[in-house]
Ligand binder design. Sequence first.
Ligand SMILES: C[S@@+](CC[C@H](N)C(=O)[O-])C[C@H]1O[C@@H](n2cnc3c(N)ncnc32)[C@H](O)[C@@H]1O
Length: 207
Amino acid sequence: MNKHQFDVWSINYDETVKKSTEGYPFKGYEKAIQAIYCLIQNDSNTKILDLGIGTGTLTQKLYLEGVRITGVDFSEKMLKQAKQKMPDATLIEYDLKEGIPLVIQNIKFQYIISAYAFHHWEDKQKIDLIKQCADLLTPSGKILIADIMFSTLFDRESCKKQYRNCWDDEEFYILADEFIRTLRSIDLDVKFHPISFCCGILEILVR
Ligand SMILES: C[S@@+](CC[C@H](N)C(=O)[O-])C[C@H]1O[C@@H](n2cnc3c(N)ncnc32)[C@H](O)[C@@H]1O
């Protein structure tokens, strides 16, 4: 999907996600968001970067708890809604396929989080982005990625068969077994938390 399509979707994004949590692709979405909160220990000094922040569904609760939020998204209209929910957050309009925006490359974050954005990028782009993120973490910092994700190719193909009428061939879903091997080969520690048949969380730490 391009920037314009996300601008259009922003009008009813929150409603559609709430309504479509039963099957592929959003089964497990709310549980994943709750699981991310459980993996985060925050106080008023915590800085969090949200990649593909959208309307702010994931970060709003953390913002209300006093966390300092920086969000990046290429959809101006998604960011407009996020701004209404989180007026003091730093929101940056930027295409993450180009990497991390220059203006935040010198900031350190305790957590870099993302929900349902990484499947828009090919694996190579995902890895390049994660490598850049690793350099932005404080020493005990973590990257937490919740997304449409499968343990193995077999699981992805089973889901594709079951949901062939609405399967999106233009998206790039993480296969946890392969992806974790790649991340470990570049010195990152990774834990996989399966959430539903089509959703999981990767918890990534620098060794
Ligand atoms: C499915 S929405 C998820 C939004 C939010 N994280 C949530 O959980 O509700 C995906 C978001 O990623 C953003 N996005 C997709 N591709 C992007 C890119 N190349 N650069 C920046 N943002 C992008 C979209 O604009 C959209 O807001």
